[in-house]
Design a protein around this ligand. Sequence first.
Ligand code: 5GP
Ligand code: ZN
Length: 114
Amino acid sequence: MDNCIFCKIVRGDIPCRKVYDDDDLLAFHDIHPVAQVHIMLIPKLHLASLMEANDSHTALLGKMLLSTSKLAKEQGLNNGFRTVINTGKGGGQEVFHLHIHIIGGNIPPMVRRD
Ligand code: 5GP
Ligand code: ZN
């Protein structure tokens, strides 16, 4: 996809601080981290969001989810981490190339009840 910023990162047209790379996946530091650790995990295949995913992507999505723990541990998040997938405009997605946010450090519970 010519104008997709994450496809440009996959192609090397835009630099990133890479933390993982294989045939299917790329992970790199988010440019605007919201916590001590904030990694973007993306498929190299352009897939706009979870709404565009179908049965042909089962293995890829499984591989992404299973990679999160390994990446989080490599970043020192031995005590746990948060994964976020924003989907579509209604889900607050801004970059329309599927990605999992891996976030950790000193983060509060997501939902406050006070
Ligand atoms: P979304 O809101 O779509 O779920 O998340 C997109 C994320 O991509 C944001 O956290 C944003 O900071 C990150 N991002 C956007 N452009 C770039 C970029 O060029 N490089 C990197 N490393 N992260 C980016
Ligand atoms: Zn893309």
